[in-house]
Design a protein around this ligand. Structure first.
Ligand code: HEC
Length: 250
C-alpha cells in the first residue's frame, strides 16, 4: 500500500529551522508562541499578495533550476513549450501557472484553448501541487488518515480517470479545447523540431523519436518526471507545515 506520510513531518526537510530553537526553546508551553513569532517573520510573510485575475503574460516564469534527472529536465522543457500546441501559444504552464501554485493563471472558471484559443474547457483547472502520492482511482479507497470508511477517491483529473501523471499528461496535448494536437505523431514532430531534441535523445536513446507511439510515451514519462522531481510542486511552506515541523523537532 502507498505511504501517505506527509514529508513535512520529516525534520530533515526543515533543518533550517533548528537555529530558531535556541531562541524559542523555553519548553513545550511556549511552542505555540514561538510558532506565531516565526510565522510573523518567516519568508512567507514578505511575499507580495497577488490579486486573482492580475495575470497577463502567465505561465512564463519557470521555477528555479533544481537538480533534476535528465528525463525530468526534458519534462521541464516540454512543460513550458508553447510550440507543442496547435495554436503555438499554449503550454502546460499556460493553464498550470507556476506563479499560481500550478493552478489557473486568471479568475476564469474555465480556460480557453484549441487551435485559435477560443474553445472553452469544461472543467476548472486544478493545482498540480502535492500530487506525488496519488493512488489509482478506486470506488473503495482506504482513507489514509483512517478517519472515515473507504470511499471513492484517487486518480488524476476531477473524476480520477488517469491512473498516473504520465497517463494524464497525454490528454491535454490531444484535447481539442486544450493544446489541440490532432495526433500523438503531431506532438512528436514538434519535439523533433525543438531546440531540446538532442537532450530528448540523450535522455531516452538515439532512436527515441523514431517511433511515434514510443516517443509519445516518452514525452508523457518526461512530463511526469518533471512534476514528480521538481520541488516547486511540493514546497511544504504553509503555516500548518511549519507548525508540523515544530511538533516534530521539539
Ligand atoms: C487549457 C488548459 C490546460 C492545459 C493547457 C493543460 N491542462 Fe492540465 N488540466 C486542465 C484541466 C481543466 C484539468 C482537469 C481535467 C479533468 O478533470 O478532466 C487538468 C488536469 C491536470 C492534471 C490532474 C491534476 C489532478 O489534480 O488530478 C494534471 C497532472 C495536469 N492537468 C497536467 C497537465 C500537463 C502536464 C499539461 C501539458 C501537457 C497540461 N496539464 C495542460 C487544464 C489544462
Amino acid at each position: 500500500m502507498a505511504n501517505f506520510q506527509n514529508p513535512s513531518s520529516n525534520p530533515l526537510h526543515f533543518s533550517h529551522l533548528t537555529g530558531h530553537r535556541a531562541v524559542c526553546g523555553f519548553g513545550f508551553a511556549l511552542v505555540f508562541l514561538c510558532c506565531s513569532l516565526l510565522l510573523a517573520c518567516g519568508p512567507e510573510s514578505s511575499s507580495p499578495v497577488v490579486s486573482a485575475g492580475a495575470s497577463a503574460a502567465s505561465g512564463d516564469t519557470q521555477p528555479a533550476n533544481a537538480s533534476l534527472s535528465l528525463i525530468a529536465q526534458v519534462g521541464k522543457k516540454l512543460f513550458f513549450d508553447k510550440s507543442l500546441s496547435a495554436s503555438g501559444a499554449m503550454s502546460c504552464a499556460s493553464c498550470h501557472d507556476p506563479d499560481r501554485a500550478y493552478g489557473p493563471p486568471n479568475a476564469l472558471a474555465v480556460q480557453l484553448g484549441g487551435s485559435s484559443l477560443d474553445k472553452a474547457g469544461m472543467r476548472a483547472v486544478p493545482s498540480l501541487r502535492y500530487k506525488l502520492v496519488v493512488p489509482a482511482y478506486s470506488n473503495e479507497l482506504v482513507d489514509p488518515d483512517g478517519a472515515g470508511a473507504p470511499a471513492p477517491g484517487g486518480g488524476f483529473g476531477w473524476d480520477g480517470r488517469a491512473d498516473t501523471l504520465a497517463a494524464q499528461a497525454g490528454m491535454p496535448l490531444l484535447s481539442r479545447f486544450e493544446m489541440a494536437n490532432a495526433t500523438p505523431e503531431a506532438v512528436v514532430s514538434k519535439v523533433q523540431a525543438a531546440s531540446y531534441a538532442p537532450l530528448f535523445l540523450q535522455a531516452f536513446g538515439k532512436l527515441a523519436l523514431a517511433d511515434g507511439a514510443k516517443a509519445f510515451a516518452n514525452i508523457s514519462e518526461a512530463l511526469q518526471a518533471f512534476q514528480k522531481e521538481d520541488p516547486s510542486f511540493r514546497p511544504y511552506s504553509s503555516k500548518f507545515d511549519l507548525y508540523n515541523s515544530w511538533v516534530t523537532v521539539t
